[in-house]
Write a protein that binds this ligand. Structure first.
Ligand SMILES: [Zn+2]
Length: 449
């Protein structure tokens, strides 16, 4: 492929935001040069004032294929990703059937994904109650790490792990050197709280929030930190919702434990005081907590205790949200935000004085590090894949169904005015999204560790 240059007055590189040209050849970044050092006579695309960011990496997505393609699927999830500025998705091992807990299941997923993907993807392996002997095989087959649940995941086909089962799995996980991603809520505090809410009104958000107390997250994180100390594996806490855990996580990191933390755009944007009763679109687990908690999570990001932001894009058919029944107990928990996460984060981050460099650290570099692909993804730098988002930081838009791009166009963000518009997305130098269209055939590939 011939040499091409992508120009902008704001190229976001690890060294700062500056005017320049990104030189691309054969899908890779050859160099980033100042505008006056561009070679003559090459094909150029000038984005002017629109910023060029590295393609975003989402390390927490439920694609649900094979088996529950009617919930989402590779075709629609990667289309929404391209529209949102993401160029790599890492799929969670559950909600698909079979769950990704064996190499055979991973192979079934690879077959399902074949030729459907607009962006690149990887698959986490699952750690469940009885698959310890599959952990090494999954690692060898190329998964970048593992995911487990300390509480029932709300769906059949993927079992939670008890402390005893975890202890059986952890030596295997540690030997792979790969991270273990943990849904950190313990069942005890949730069951106890839920028992006391037997007569409560489950159309109220407050009831749902009380049923999943901070304590469930805190006790789970406490357990995982002590197991991390004991078994020397890489611990990653997914979708942290309670800011009360930040001190404990900060201490664990200072102690030298290999622990990392993510939170999600919905915990950084919404707060419980603004969620109307009956609005089950806001249901996710752990739950969206108070306004003060939200501000403290921002503080955790600022201080680097929270390493990254992932979407936890978790769709379902709209009827499972029980929008007519308005029942938080029965509704599916999960918020889909692949195509909106960047504007949501930019709206909040820019109002707090953060820059596009911070966004890049949280949404590209951080997730790429977790997924073990820091030599190719997450940065605009020499030898990296030529994956970019062309982003207009000052533009604003209202969220409509047309903006969602995933299979089921339901969202708690509908009607909101957000800051920052994704104009185009490039995967290995090829345009995969521009102004609402998805040109060409799908060129996304699986990355194997
Ligand atoms: Zn999830």
């Amino acid at each position: 492929m011939s040499l091409k240059a992508f120009l902008s007055r704001r190229v976001v590189t690890p060294r700062g935001i500056k005017a320049g040209g990104v030189l691309v050849q054969d899908g890779r970044i050859l160099d980033v040069v100042p505008p006056d050092q561009l070679p003559a006579q090459i094909s150029m695309k000038d984005f002017g004032d629109a910023a060029i960011l590295p393609g975003l990496v989402d390390s927490h997505v439920h694609i649900n294929e094979p088996g529950r393609t009617e919930w989402e699927g590779f075709r629609t999830a990667t289309r929404a990703a391209a529209a949102g500025g993401y160029t790599l998705l890492v799929d969670m091992p559950l909600n698909c059937l079979p769950a990704t807990t064996t190499v055979a299941a991973l192979e079934a997923k690879r077959k399902a994904a074949n030729r459907q993907c607009r962006v690149d993807w990887m698959a986490w392996g699952g750690v469940v109650s009885d698959n310890q002997e599959h952990i090494k095989g999954l690692a060898t087959a190329g998964v970048p790490g593992f995911k487990c649940f300390l509480i029932h995941p709300g769906i059949d086909g993927f079992t939670m792990v008890t402390e005893r089962e975890l202890r059986a799995a952890l030596p295997h996980v540690a030997r792979t050197g790969l991270p273990l991603l943990v849904h950190a809520e313990l069942p005890g505090p949730v069951e106890e709280a839920t028992r006391q809410l037997a007569e409560a009104d489950w159309s109220k958000y407050a009831t749902y929030l009380q049923s999943r107390p901070d304590k469930a997250e805190l006790s789970a994180i406490h357990l995982m930190i002590s197991l991390c100390r004991e078994y020397h594996f890489r611990l990653h806490i997914v979708h942290l919702a309670t800011s009360q855990a930040l001190d404990m996580l900060c201490a664990a990191k200072s102690e030298g434990l290999l622990a990392s933390v993510e939170t999600c755009p919905h915990y950084l944007h919404f707060s419980s005081d603004k969620i109307p009763d009956g609005q089950t679109l806001f249901k996710c687990a752990p739950p969206i907590r108070s306004r003060e908690n939200c501000e403290n999570l921002w503080q955790g990001l600022q201080e680097g205790v929270i390493d990254l932001v992932a979407t936890d894009h978790s769709p379902c058919p709209p009827e499972m949200k029980r929008l007519v029944e308005r029942n938080f107990r029965k509704a599916w928990g999960g918020i889909s935000s692949l195509s909106l996460a960047l504007p949501v984060m930019w709206t909040e981050a820019s109002s707090r004085g953060f820059t596009l460099l911070d966004i890049t650290r949280w949404m590209a570099e951080g997730p790429a590090r977790l997924a073990g692909c820091t030599s190719r993804k997450g940065r605009i730098a020499k030898d990296f894949d030529a994956d970019f988002v062309v982003f207009e930081p000052e533009a604003e838009f209202i969220v409509t169904e047309a903006r969602l791009s995933y299979r089921h166009r339901v969202s708690p963000y509908l009607g909101e005015r957000l800051r920052g518009v994704v104009k185009a997305t490039y995967l290995r130098g090829i345009c995969v999204f521009a102004d609402g269209e998805y040109p060409g055939e799908p060129t996304g590939r699986e990355l194997r560790r």
